[in-house]
Ligand binder design. Sequence first.
Ligand code: UD1
Ligand code: CA
Length: 454
Amino acid sequence: MTIDIVILAAGQGTRMHSALPKVLHCLAGEPLLQRVVNTASSVPDSKIIIVTGRASEEVKASISGEQIHYAQQDEQLGTAHAVQAAVSVSGPSDITLVLYGDVPLISKETVLAVIDTVDNDTMALLTVTLEDPEGYGRILRDKQGDVCGIIEQKDAPPEALKIQEVNTGVLALKTSHLREWLPQIDNKNTQGEYYLTDLVAIAKRSGIHVVTKMPRFPQEVAGVNTRIQLSKLERFYQQQQAEKLMMSGVTLADPNRIDIRGSLSSGNDNFIDINVVFEGVVKLGNNVSIGPNCLITDSMIGDSVQVKANSVIEKSEIYSNAVIGPFARLRPGTVVCKNAKIGNFVEVKNTQVGIGSKISHLSYVGDAELGADVNVGAGTITCNYDGANKHKTIMADNSFIGSNSSLVAPLKIGKNATIGAGSIIIKDVPDDQLTLARAPQKNVPYWVRPTKKK
Ligand code: UD1
Ligand code: CA
């Protein structure tokens, strides 16, 4: 059985007041439309047809996935007109499902339940009962309780406006039915639009049952028209993720103050303080503690690691018992081995910090390889860039770099070497020796400090 999933995304999104097409605004770091595409992609044997309007090039450039086709709808003459645009570019299929690019949280389970409902004499409609049904199409049912039509808010008489069961817009039916019925839809209504919802009355006339399904949460079918609605859905989504995390054994200082924009996998007994943001794919081991105000992107954090307040970690790997921060910045390519320590105001990039090594204060270490038990003193800088190329600095096991040293790469500091504070090291340093590369100290006797003129 093959399924066409049509995603309507031609709307301008005027109420967003934005240069960016509405469906490219992000929820949890991902464009609204991309979320719908991801959910659609999880349906087996499906192909996706996205209906775009004026912003089609921008939308195409931003959305990724397999089996995605595009249909162009230059003028927006209604939801049935939009689906017609999709049908005219799609090949044969058994079932067609309609989703919306601005309804981002529809779940795979709901989508599958809607599809499963369809057969030769049944079409499926996703409805929801709302406290306040204002603005939505209302579901009309006959005396037997069967769905017999949908009436839009703007076309509805006062009695119909009282109906609280509303159309979510999501529906699925045999593609052969859709192809037969779409041409029968006209635009004789208050809005002068071709309403996709007219399919329901046509189905009824044709002896096809309309069976309704409901989503697990009403937020699954909530659309985004304004930035306020977007923020409400974002908070709902983040709250759900926070609850999942807590259920999996993570303590959150405040479930309202964590944002996961991507996927976070976590072991047991982790503690996450307030205002921590996770982006991309982040993995946490067990007994990890993350302090307040941290940003962690595409990284692996091992067992019993402590990340202290205000640290920023990107594309890095941190192994067990390491301590990071407060105020540390780990840039891409940083590997911190077990028991190592990166302290405050330390920036590390493309560097391996060996077992038990320490860079405790105010340093920049880039393109370097530190062995085990290296101590990098405060204010040490690797001069890794000559203006054209990057060069590597090696600090072998147990080397000790005195404070405020400049290590001009390419450079190798030998095992057990000691570098005196304030040195500018431009040549390789041998094992086991003390190296000083600074102006010798001069003491001037009998020197008199100037005094202020009267
Ligand atoms: C539609 C339904 C209504 C339902 C509501 C749920 C119809 C006639 N009405 O109403 O029953 O309760 O959704 O939110 O279907 N779009 C296009 N091309 C068009 C028209 C619309 O791509 O020509 C897209 C829009 O960008 C939007 C979606 O389809 O994402 C829904 O269109 P909209 O005009 O907002 O429908 P509603 O009037 O809200
Ligand atoms: Ca409309």
